[in-house]
Design a binder for this molecule. Structure first.
Ligand code: GSH
Length: 201
């Protein structure tokens, strides 16, 4: 059986490139760029949305980074996937939380800072930054008495949430009011699998 992952590290595909490096599976990387390569007929037959990442693992074809990561860790890395149903639900909860509560606000800031450089709308940045304070306070509080989201070890929940929050680094979001998040992201981002994934262009 072959496993193929599509995407480049300088994009949201980094989340799933990181996951596939974490699980230690042999795989083929197809360096699919979101501008240049994601609308070819071949790629659209893998992900009809024309977005990266996507995964083909034997007869399973998947899009959406969070789903890919939950699948990969559940199937290939039991140490990263919680055992109990309750904890599995928490991993899903945090993953959905990251792409619904954090990502849309982050993207508003990314668009202004990187794709609208000549005409930055500061009020959009200010409003998105304001909207991030509530979920960030929730995460900071949650991490007050635990090293990782589900307890004392790194799991797919950390991979997914900190993977989404890699964009926070790019937009230089001020974490000084959120020391627990700062420490936790440093723990997550020091993993060798992430470093290997970051070289996949
Ligand atoms: N919710 C998707 C987002 C994927 C996504 O938007 N990827 C961008 C790259 S950062 C893309 O492929 N954009 C190309 C396009 O929208 O045409 C996921 O998490 O996998």
């Amino acid at each position: 059986m072959t496993t193929t992952i599509y995407g480049v590290s300088g994009s949201r595909a980094i989340r799933s490139l990181w996951a596939i490096e974490e699980v230690g599976l042999e795989y083929t990387h197809v360096a699919t760029h979101f501008f240049k390569d994601s609308k070819t007929d071949d790629y659209l037959s893998v992900n009809p949305n024309g977005r990266i990442p996507a995964l083909v693992d034997g007869d399973v074809t998947l899009f959406e980074s969070m789903a890919i990561n939950l699948y990969l860790t559940k199937k290939y890395a039991p140490a990263l996937y919680p055992e109990s149903e309750g904890e599995q639900a928490k991993a899903i909860q945090w993953s959905v939380w990251a792409i619904s509560e954090i990502e849309p606000q982050q993207m508003q800031i990314v668009i202004q800072k990187f794709f609208n450089r000549d005409n930055i709308d500061q009020s959009t940045i200010d409003s998105a930054t304001g909207n991030l304070q509530r979920p960030m306070a929730v995460l900071n509080e949650h991490l007050a008495d635990r090293e990782y989201l589900l307890g004392d070890s790194f799991t797919v929940a950390d991979l997914n949430v900190s993977g989404v929050m890699l964009l926070m680094q790019m937009i230089e979001f001020d974490l000084s009011a959120y020391p627990n998040i700062k420490n936790w992201t440093e723990r997550c981002y020091s993993r060798d699998a992430l470093k290997r994934a970051q070289s996949l262009d």
